[in-house]
Write a protein that binds this ligand. Sequence first.
Ligand code: SF4
Length: 253
Amino acid sequence: LTFPLRFLPLEQCEPSLPKSKHGHLGIHPQTDGTNYLGVLTPVGRITVPQMHALADIAEKYGRGEIRLTVWQNLIIPGIPDENIPAAAAAVLATGFDYRNHSITGGLIACTGSRGCKYAAADTKGNAIALGDHLAGTIQLDAPVNIHLTGCQHSCAQHYIGDIGLMGARVKLEDGSTVEGYNIVLGGGVDDTQAIAREIWKSVPFTDIPPLIGQLLVAYLRERQPDESFARFANRHTPDELRELSRPDKIAAA
Ligand code: SF4
């Protein structure tokens, strides 16, 4: 540094602004008068042709720059107003989307069994299947983050997601095993920091999309005004959450 750092008492510091979950997806103005385009790239998987196409968009319509986000999405900054329609159409032509979705926008997964020897589950494949199921069956009006991690090393930080899944081999009655997850709820960071609590253990993955769907229906039905999913989850005991998410409870409502 070319200048000395100054230390101020905490009370003289401005608090950081609350984070807008998935707020970077879509078209947003920058302070320099241009815009950035946040692109949804589900669980960060991009083919080589898609990567070339995105690089071309950044060069042609932006300032030749792409930034990565913690939600495994990306940002193309520096796009002038007049280039926005063409840039947005070009993003859609790659097969990706820039429009936000309350679930898939905050769905992240570690490498999983396709590339990591520690994984107990195909986290990225399961995340995409889970996101497709939820996007097709439920409409949320507030963002919910889901983090899938393949083992206790927690590269996808399942314990700070609204909903966290940690890979586990699940033993069936016939003695065979299938891939599944332990499920934790209610984690958060910054102004909502919390470590998620384990609510379900050793759930086969095939049971998880309907279970999470039932949980989110229960959230929509039982939440208080303006209550986030994490606050809702932490206001209930584990037994209450399991009870609220039972299929017969949902059907009877
Ligand atoms: S969380 Fe485990 S399975 Fe996933 S990438 Fe990290 S070490 Fe591998």
